[in-house]
Design a protein around this ligand. Structure first.
Ligand code: SF4
Ligand code: SF4
Length: 816
């Protein structure tokens, strides 16, 4: 890769290299890099002049709108007013007519007075002040060399900046986190000073020198927890000022840019100019090793264009490509960006790519996740989860109440019917796409016209046909654009038109091309037509409907039923649930398992009996699931039984309203498979409505019941389906005979634990959207109530052993 560097637009100008405080957490004096010792205390006029010229030259060449310069140290006020005036004047003059100048100073504030403020007002220099909280918190580190507190002087400086004359110069407060300080107390102390912005900084640390963790800290993410408590306090107060780190997380979660180089993937465009003119990388690198920020360049001899192509600078401009493999695969990487570059340092982690490396050619010792990785993930997912609860529902055709009902694992007719209506809309759009993208045959055009008339005059008949679960597999095939697609498209349109015509009871004729010796009439059945190329379907006859194939006329339908060529789809009217057995539609082969051929009347009758018994059991024992099934499950497609006798069931992602099942041994097992698979049907429809997870997430996750890691949707689907499995075993346990009692208790215990574990994996994935967090949280709440059911210690132990044994077996071998 040949990276093209970004121009530099942010400059930290060291005007004084010494300080009047002796903070023990100072990265300038107390960390690995000790280069300050060899530098002049004050920047010279020559270096100032060269710096201004270099910046202006770079800004002109790259047509920068704005150049940002922070006057820094050590303590920049020690440079004195005259040197600061020269600096500001030099920069303003050099950049006049070239770029706007955003000039700031960052100071400890202890010597800030009105004269400095007047100077800053004259040159519009914004002032940021370091303060670590209330006096106790600030005194932990920010003291004079003799140990005296600096707190009172800093407050005096802030009061000056807060006065009406200078308030416009007040840029904000900068606070370095110390876990020994209570986050709320620190936040309150800072917020009381009404700064326009607060910046919380993680103490600089590396994998070699990890961040301090006070004794007694048992959280794995104490810094993330600390910042989340600040977040909660800040949010409860109405977010009265900007908090850079929190605003950056919120912005990056929305896809916007970060406000700090310590988060996000935006290229870093920063250079440091030391008092001797040395061009260096970010100060934070001083924490890594002695000389780490150095580039060997100096404003005397090098342009900023040369600085911009230094490998260390380029390495921080590569976005995702500049990160290690772990970060690149991390679900929160777009917010985190691997954290601050310096915090990734680990000596000995390789000079050529660390743990897999990007292709940026950067220093391999920085190709690691941040030493704050767990904390950053905790902070980002914590804020995202909290935002989810604040986020109003997007405009869905499903209100809050019914969304939450579905999310909890259930959903009655009022929740499921909007899903079905949306699926119908999707099918209509697909049909329109098929029509618009296909070459039209004469029969196809005539059929389309019939459909259009019926849609205006008898829309319920068109809706009934277009809601057919296997419309979508047909449409997807027809849209593939290959040689056969056009023929498949025209035949399908004619089949749909013929079926809608027959359902409407209206007079008319549709000519339908036939395939594989069968005329397909979606939702009605199929007619065996031999090798005839087409059939003329005529509706409106009292005695049924007529299909003319060549010279032969079949009279089929409700009043005849005797024509042996007619394979009517069987429909069972069970109490409160009408369900069809689909064994004729060729597009039903969408479930990933072989389908059964046309069932004999006796086999169909056995299915009817089993479905009736299973339905009765569901209504009695799982009443929370019955209304949804009645509203949304219209088709059961018989699948071939497995030779080993294992239960087989499947819901196709693109066949709303249908489940495929091999007829199991008992109606109770059929009940379990029905509720389990209908969960997939519901969730698939919700996912058609809205994103519950980041579709760009490529990470794989383990479900507790499978040996293979799966994409997030697979885990989400499995977990949602297992809520119903938990409830099935809960009901089985409740109704068990003495002989079954132990076994059912064990299975209930096993599935509830594993489902709860999977919910935790989902919530910790970092890949859920705000709505996804809300959805999975509701799933977890349902599972949590199941976890309160008492289970005996023996059953629990066996369940855990069983769960361990079953890790590594595919679910089809291990159906409950
Ligand atoms: S005031 Fe800033 S530069 Fe000075 S010792 Fe403290 S942290 Fe270091
Ligand atoms: S959270 Fe950790 S793994 Fe993810 S991007 Fe940040 S540092 Fe890398």
């Amino acid at each position: 890769m040949d990276p093209s560097p970004h121009p530099l637009s942010q400059f930290v100008l060291k005007v004084h290299s010494r300080c009047d405080l002796a903070c023990d957490h100072c990265y300038v004096y107390e960390h690995a890099d000790q280069s300050w010792r060899g530098r002049p205390a004050v920047i010279s006029g020559e270096v100032l002049d060269l710096t201004a010229r270099r910046i202006a030259e770079h800004a002109r060449a790259h047509r920068l709108d704005t150049v940002h310069v922070v006057l820094h140290g050590g303590e920049p006020l020690l440079a004195g007013r005259e040197r600061l005036r020269l600096t500001a004047q030099g920069l303003r003059t050099a950049l006049s007519g070239v770029s706007a100048l955003d000039l700031r100073i960052h100071t400890n504030g202890v010597t800030l007075d009105e004269k400095f403020c007047e100077l800053f007002a004259e040159f519009d220099i914004k002032v940021g002040i370091s303060l670590d909280g209330d006096r106790a918190a600030n005194d932990l580190h920010r003291r004079y060399r003799n140990g005296r507190s600096s707190h009172a002087r800093v407050l005096r400086a802030i009061a000056l900046l807060d006065s009406p004359r200078y308030r416009h110069l007040f840029a904000g407060l900068l606070c370095t986190i110390d876990l020994r300080n209570d986050p709320v107390t620190v936040y309150d102390a800072l917020a009381e000073l009404a700064p326009p912005r607060i910046d919380f900084l993680l103490p600089h640390a590396t994998w070699d020198e990890p961040p301090p963790r006070p004794d007694g800290t048992d959280s794995a993410t104490p810094y993330g927890d600390w910042l989340l408590r600040v977040h909660d306090r800040w949010t409860a107060a109405g977010r009265p000022m900007g908090v850079r780190v929190l605003d950056s997380v919120l912005r990056t979660l929305r896809g916007a840019s970060s406000l700090t180089e310590s988060l996000g993937l935006a290229p870093v465009e920063l250079a440091v100019i030391e008092t001797d003119g040395a061009l260096e990388q970010a100060d934070s690198l001083k924490t890594a090793y002695d000389g780490a920020p150095g580039t060997g360049m100096n404003v005397r001899s090098h342009s900023l264009d040369e600085m911009a192509v230094h490998p260390g600078v380029v390495a921080r401009q590569l976005g995702l490509d500049g990160l290690c493999e772990t970060c690149r695969g991390c679900p929160v990487v777009r917010s985190c960006g691997g954290g601050l570059y310096a915090h990734r340092y680990r000596s000995g982690s390789g000079d050529s790519g660390g743990d897999g490396g990007g292709d940026g050619g950067g220093d391999g010792r920085f190709m690691n996740p941040s030493v704050y990785c767990a904390d950053l993930k905790q902070l980002i997912t914590g804020i995202r989860d909290r935002e989810a609860l604040r986020t109003p529902m997007p405009q869905l055709p499903l209100d809050d109440l019914h969304f939450d009902e579905i999310a909890a694992g259930f959903g009655g007719s009022e929740a499921v019917e909007p899903l079905a209506r949306h699926e119908l809309t999707v099918n209509r759009e697909l049909l329109a796409a098929v029509w618009h993208e296909s070459a039209h045959s004469a029969t196809g055009t005539a059929a389309w016209d019939t459909l259009a008339v019926l849609d205006a005059e008898a829309p319920e008949s068109v809706d009934a046909v277009l809601a057919h679960p296997y419309l979508r597999p047909w449409a997807q095939r027809a849209l593939r654009g290959d040689e056969q697609a056009g023929r498949i498209a025209m035949r399908g349109v004619a089949e749909l038109a013929a079926a809608a015509l027959l359902r409407s009871g209206r007079a008319g004729t549709v000519t339908v091309p036939t395939g594989s010796g069968v005329l397909r009439l979606p939702t009605l059945g199929a007619l065996v037509v031999g090798d005839a190329g087409e059939a003329r379907v005529t509706g409106g006859a009292d005695e049924g409907f007529s299909v003319r194939v060549g010279d032969r006329e079949h009279i089929v339908g409700h009043k005849s039923g005797a024509d042996p060529a007619w394979l009517a789809r069987r429909r069972f009217e069970l109490p409160g649930w009408a369900v069809a057995l689909e064994d004729t539609d060729p597009w039903r082969d969408a479930h990933g398992y072989p389908v059964r051929a046309r069932l004999s009347p006796a086999a169909a009758e056995e299915w009817r009996g089993d479905l009736a018994a299973a339905w009765e059991w569901i209504r009695r024992e799982l009443p929370g699931y019955a209304p949804g099934i009645a509203a949304g499950l219209s088709v059961v497609t018989p699948l071939l039984e497995a030779s080993a006798g294992a239960d087989i069931s499947s819901a196709a992602r693109d066949a709303f309203g249908a489940v495929g099942l091999a007829r199991p041994g008992t109606p109770q097992t059929l009940a379990c498979l029905l509720v389990h698979e209908f969960q997939h049907v519901k969730l698939g429809a919700v996912l058609d409505l809205t994103d519950l997870y980041d579709p760009a997430c490529e990470q794989l996750f383990y479900a507790p019941w499978r040996p293979d890691p799966r994409p997030l949707e697979g885990l989400l689907q499995g977990t949602y389906a297992h809520i119903a499995v938990v409830d099935y075993w809960r009901a089985r346990r409740r109704t068990a005979s003495r002989a079954e009692a132990h076994d059912t208790e064990v299975r209930f215990a096993r599935w509830r634990e594993q489902t709860a574990e999977a919910v935790d994996t989902l919530l910790g994935s970092g890949a859920l959207t705000a709505l996804g967090v809300r959805f999975v949280t509701a799933m977890g709440e349902t599972v949590a109530t199941r976890l309160t059911d008492p289970v005996g210690p023996d059953a629990l132990a066996e369940a855990r052993r069983m769960a361990g044994d079953h890790k590594g077996r595919a679910v089809v071998e291990d159906r409950p």
